[in-house]
Design a protein around this ligand. Structure first.
Ligand code: PLP
Length: 248
């Protein structure tokens, strides 16, 4: 069942890449395992998953320690509070939601203490929804310029969450905008955007994301089944839940 879901997602990624003449090897599947039990994560890894994504640092830390014997990579893909950088730095292999300099500074300081670097994606708010985390598109250039000061952070590219809409075509504009921002940043100064990867696309819209240039898609429910917890538990959107003061 889980292996069938995984195979189906991979086939859909390959088909989407094929439609736009992309090499499917350019697209990495991050299996988003939030709320998923360790037992089922093991099954997914046995079925071929090698990259896992978790939204919350506490959950990532707990699962990583419990599943330490598995040769997999863990991406932290959700909003991170500055007071939680310690676990992020210790346990995440990459971080997809860098959206403010205060956080960059806190991560960099910790990383220097641990003597390691961290792959990061800069999160951009491409939907214009006020409740979403991420930099405003027009703030990206200045942000990338500042990031060079934080030497432990290795910028790999950009990340976004598209507008919430049951119609995946509505996500296309968000994804196209992220790609355009990447292209513009590259043109201005290719050193500031690293390999210029694009982390975008989830269960509802990953095929559109691949068509628009995604290099990492973050897919949970299409692999593991529907989550019991509403997304508002993980995202500030729509829930009325606001980020802690001083954290934006
Ligand atoms: C949960 C989550 C996803 C995956 O969503 P699904 O609907 O399970 O595919 C992608 N990105 C982020 C940041 C998430 O929190």
């Amino acid at each position: 069942m889980l292996a069938d879901n995984l195979a189906a997602v991979l086939a859909r990624i390959a088909a989407a890449a094929g439609r736009v003449g992309r090499d499917v090897a350019e697209v990495r599947l991050l299996a988003v395992s939030k709320t998923v039990s360790e037992e089922r994560i093991r099954l997914a890894v046995q079925a071929g998953v090698c990259d896992l994504g978790e939204n919350k640092v506490q959950e990532l830390t707990r699962k990583r320690l419990a599943l330490g014997e598995m040769d997999v990579s863990w991406a932290l893909i959700g909003h991170l509070q500055t007071n939680k950088v310690r676990d992020a730095v210790r346990h995440a292999d990459e971080f997809h939601a860098l959206d403010r300099l205060k956080l960059a500074e806190a991560l960099d300081r910790r990383l220097q203490g641990e003597g390691r670097g961290l792959d990061v994606f800069v999160q951009v708010n491409t939907s214009g929804e006020a409740s979403k985390f991420g930099l405003a598109p027009e703030a990206l250039t200045g942000f990338l310029d500042e990031l060079v000061h934080y030497r432990s952070l290795r910028v790999r590219g950009l990340m976004t969450l598209a507008a919430f809409d049951p119609d995946p075509e509505r996500s296309r504009g968000c994804f196209a905008l992220l790609r355009r921002l990447r292209d513009e940043a590259r043109q201005r100064d290719p050193d500031l955007i690293g390999p210029g990867e694009l982390s975008m696309g989830m269960s509802g819209d990953f095929e559109v994301a691949v068509e628009e240039g995604a290099t990492s898609v973050r897919v949970g429910q299409s692999i593991f089944g529907a989550r019991a917890l509403p997304d508002s538990h993980y995202w500030p959107d729509e829930s009325g839940l606001t980020p802690p003061t001083g954290e934006r």
